[in-house]
Design a protein around this ligand. Sequence first.
Ligand code: 13P
Ligand code: ZN
Length: 277
Amino acid sequence: MQPDVHEPDCLRRFTRLCVDACARGWHEANGGNLSYRLDEDDLVALAPLLEPESQWHGLKRAVPELAGAHVLMSASGAYLSNVAYDPSHICGIIQLDACGESWRACWGFADDARPSSELETHLAAYATALRAGDGADRVVYHAHAPHVIALSTLIEPSPRAWTRTLWRTMTEGIVVFPQGIGALPWMVPGSPELAEATCELMAVHRACVWTQHGIMARAAGFDEAFGIIDTVEKSAGIHLGARAANGGAEPRHLVSDEQLRAICERYGLTPNEGFLD
Ligand code: 13P
Ligand code: ZN
């Protein structure tokens, strides 16, 4: 019998995000992955379930910022759509050693399941977030959002091009991601190069587009992680729809730079000036 893992709040929220995101069509097969950095209250609630394995696994790149941390993470190859039915196979909790150089499983990852192939990207994103000190450091989430992928086949993979396209399509964009979003050209999934390039951009941005692949976000909580990807995905879809309705050409009536500045003034936002004209 598997323990009842639905009780701890972080597992309930983890499951809720997976279920909601799968309903949106963001996770075909085993596409995408999710992690959560546990806090002290989570550790108290989960203590009866934690049984650390003796075997440690070395990381290619150390993350001293995460020394001793516990991270709940989806398993490699797991279908996120199944997390509600079979949590201990679909995800698990790892603990980092005292130097942040290796990890061991403490719960879940049943039948030799292993953390996501993007484990090192997730850990590097937490390290980046903690260094940035902006509080968006509890959840790292990667989704195969279809409109983001479609738009990535049309526009250049630059943070400025992506940010301006989305800010100017839908008013809410600059409210949800005033720092703008990052964007990278196609890279091998799970590779150290992708992890490094993503983290460089995520020092400034809360989300980063992976061309022809999807998007990764870091956030203070599950709602914020879902919310930023939902907003990027929705505005990408609106932009694609407007462009198609306009015979494939750039839509003519977009939010102007003056209007973007007015939104920031009204809502007390500090936008990334590099993306405004
Ligand atoms: P995992 O199943 O290893 O998490 O990989 C899915 C994915 O989307 C890789 O980018
Ligand atoms: Zn992926």
